[in-house]
Write a protein that binds this ligand. Sequence first.
Ligand SMILES: Cc1cc2nc3c(=O)[nH]c(=O)nc-3n(C[C@H](O)[C@H](O)[C@H](O)COP(=O)(O)OP(=O)(O)OC[C@H]3O[C@@H](n4cnc5c(N)ncnc54)[C@H](O)[C@@H]3O)c2cc1C
Length: 428
Amino acid sequence: MTPRRTHIVGAGVAGLSAALAVTADGGEAVLYEAAPHPGGRCRTLHPTDGFDHDNGTHVLFTANGRALDLLRTVGARERWVEPEAKGLPLYDGRTGEMRRVGLSPWSWLLPSRRPQGLTLSDLMRIMRLVFASKDCPVAAIIGKRPIMDSLIEPLTVAVLNTPPDQASAQRLACALRQLIRPGAGRLLVARNGLSQDLIEPAVATLQTRGVPVLTGQRLRNLLTVNGRVIGLALSDRTVMLGPDDRVILALPPYEVERLLPALPVPTQFEPIINVHYRMEGLKHPRFIGFTGTLAQWALIRDNHVSVTVSAADAVVDQNAPDVAARIWREIAPALRSLGLDAHPDRQPEMRVVKEKRATIRQAAEILPQPPLRPLANLALAGDWIGSLPATIESAVMAGEHAASILHHARGTRATLVKDRALKTENAA
Ligand SMILES: Cc1cc2nc3c(=O)[nH]c(=O)nc-3n(C[C@H](O)[C@H](O)[C@H](O)COP(=O)(O)OP(=O)(O)OC[C@H]3O[C@@H](n4cnc5c(N)ncnc54)[C@H](O)[C@@H]3O)c2cc1C
């Protein structure tokens, strides 16, 4: 009897999570990745000039239980550190003031951690947001108030990568309900980098479980017969499936649409720009938020500072050096106040990374969603599946869920098919 194998396409966080779930109790899996390296949108870049940095800063919260469990499984939980245990420093580019803000509402009991301008009426609006029963843009609940600028907008673009005048209140509420639990609002970053502190440990764990991670293998086509996958046409080979084999597509929605064109998938995306300045930083990572500037966040590592502009539609097509120069002038005073040798007129060497389809646009509307098992032996995964914010946490959950659906599904096994002619068919 041939063993049952799960073929997982896409070695981003969702694909790695699916592979870990499939193999947790002895299942067999193989991963195919189009790029030369695993990690997808969550990875470290290693250019030839030796200036290594992540594609973009990623944060986790202690509320992200499934992502943290995955880190524990691969022995990397301790590599994610809390840079700002005393509350997040927020720098106001208009006034030059720096103050700390607690991300957990419980910390607001201390006046020194309260968002600027917080009133009782703001608290009531935040509660309405947290328990939003009907969807609408975040801005429709909060309105134009100081709290929007000092807390809600930075939080909304950080979590949903969509501006508050469009962002879904209900999606944000899913994250806020997790964050308000005591102890859940602590912000974590990878101490060294995304590949070293997440992707490589996950791949190493899979390798100890005998899972091949085959890079440079783009899935060109699915070969299907009678509503089930019988083969994978990859970059340089075609893999025929055994009768018990399953497939998980852990791919972005536009790839799922190309492979299975009849499926409804989200089609709108939001960009994120990251500018990485090569300079002497700080041994222990620091993390600052900005208001009144183009930049929203900066992560300071020992040899560079990475600055994030989320929901970056307005600037993504602008000349990259101009964007980097503007950001540098705005943030240099804040970096200086943390002890870095940063002067607005002396911009260090930098690199700009534009992720044009960083996440789906998470607007206040019903986003198209495909069935999770569109073919008998195929399930979908990816951060965009479901109604949670599209983040590492949702990618981990989607990977685990896809593995579980196939494990428990009936009718994934092939029955004898008379017509063995291969065809690529539209699902759904
Ligand atoms: C700049 C930036 C900042 C972010 N910040 C945060 C953050 O702070 N916190 C957070 O939680 N999340 C953040 N995210 C989101 C997070 O990166 C994603 O939610 C997560 O990485 C998605 O993982 P995924 O596996 O679903 O998709 P992907 O990472 O897109 O993985 C899909 C994989 O499939 C591969 N692939 C595509 N087509 C094929 C094919 N035909 N055949 C084979 N392989 C294929 C791709 O190369 C890729 O490796 C950020 C994203 C970006 C871009």
